[in-house]
Design a protein around this ligand. Structure first.
Ligand code: AKB
Length: 324
């Protein structure tokens, strides 16, 4: 990987863990975190730049100033929020990607773009969803994800830009909360289980979706960018998955650690309608054979680790001695 790395949307759910992992691997000074908001409290462990991705001049200036060789473009609106604000979602998700790709073309940068299970739609096979299949999503989020995959393919074949990406399932993390996604329940459930022994889920009990624990997702993002280009057939939209479960199954797993945990349901029709068009489980054999993808965490291992890590974090946050 070339010289410095720029991460956009660095304060989001993924960026909050991607930046430290990249800094650990390539050195703190080599990774420039950027976001439209300022980080809360604490000294930054490396360079940080305020960046509004709707302003191409700002992206260009950072790329020029730091000699950026790779851009992890994480700034985007997630599925539920994109359905509330479809115009803003198109503008951010597509407008900023176009700017990033054009700047990459002029400055010779590699680009990573996260795609999603949201890139599929109701006519896609929902079980063992193939790598190459029908993609007719019915959400604005999905439209921007498919268009993003295609645009990255185009810049690779037309201009020789080293674009790469993966289709992420729902991500579970104990570090930063998600914001505005359909799979967010799988994070909220842990916080509520530890705090109140109770969670009201916005998806139906039997809604099966692909999921992944954040350490696996971060590793996948780094590994796909480091993969031998000669082995890559797909480049921009690798299916990757680690586990597939329903809210009811996750609640049963949590109950092995918190026996009095109770889940009930108040279904949000918007998010349920989105989830009902997404894969129940993806076939990630292309990622496995082209760059050696293999997850470390299944549902049981993820649940144990989430509860072990989140418990002390929530206790620290509730301690008045830690109020700033
Ligand atoms: C969302 O729910 O919008 C995201 C995703 C699966 O892309 N977590």
């Amino acid at each position: 990987m070339k010289t410095a790395i720029l991460v956009t949307g660095a304060l989001g759910q993924i960026g909050s863990e991607l930046v430290p992992a990249l800094r650990e691997r390539y050195g703190a000074e080599a990774v420039i975190a950027s976001d439209i908001r300022v980080p809360k409290g604490g000294a930054a462990a490396g360079p940080f730049e305020l960046l509004d991705c709707s302003e191409p001049a700002q992206i260009r200036e950072i790329v020029r100033q730091y000699g950026i060789g790779t851009i992890y473009h994480m700034a985007a609106l997630l599925s539920a929020i994109a359905e509330e604000k479809p115009q803003a979602a198109w503008q951010l998700n597509m407008g900023s990607l176009y700017s990033v790709l054009e700047i990459a073309r002029h400055h010779g940068c590699a680009v990573f773009l996260p795609s999603s299970i949201g890139a599929f739609g109701p006519s896609t096979p929902r079980d063992a969803t193939p790598q190459d299949t029908i993609q007719r999503p019915t959400t604005m989020y999905g439209v921007t994800k498919v268009a993003g995959e295609l645009l990255c393919d185009y810049y690779a074949s037309r201009f020789g830009i080293d674009t790469r990406g993966i289709r992420l399932p729902g991500l579970i993390s104990h570090v930063a909360p998600p914001g505005g996604g359909t799979t967010d329940y799988a994070v909220e459930i842990f916080r509520q289980a530890l705090r109140y022994r109770h969670y009201t889920c916005f998806l139906r009990a039997d809604t099966r979706l692909d999921m992944m624990y954040m350490p696996d997702a971060i590793r996948a993002m780094i590994e796909v960018m480091e993969a031998d280009p000669a082995r890559l057939v797909h480049r921009n939209a690798f299916n990757v998955t680690a586990m597939s479960f329903t809210p009811e199954e996750l609640a049963a797993e949590i109950r092995k650690h918190i026996p009095d945990f109770v889940i009930d349901y108040e279904v949000d029709p918007v998010r349920q309608a989105i989830a009902d068009t997404w894969p129940r489980s993806m076939d990630d054999s292309a990622a496995r054979s082209e760059w050696g993808w293999k997850p470390d965490y299944d549902m049981a291992a993820m649940t144990k680790d989430m509860l072990d890590k989140l418990g002390p974090t929530l206790r620290r946050a509730a301690d008045p001695a830690n109020e700033s």
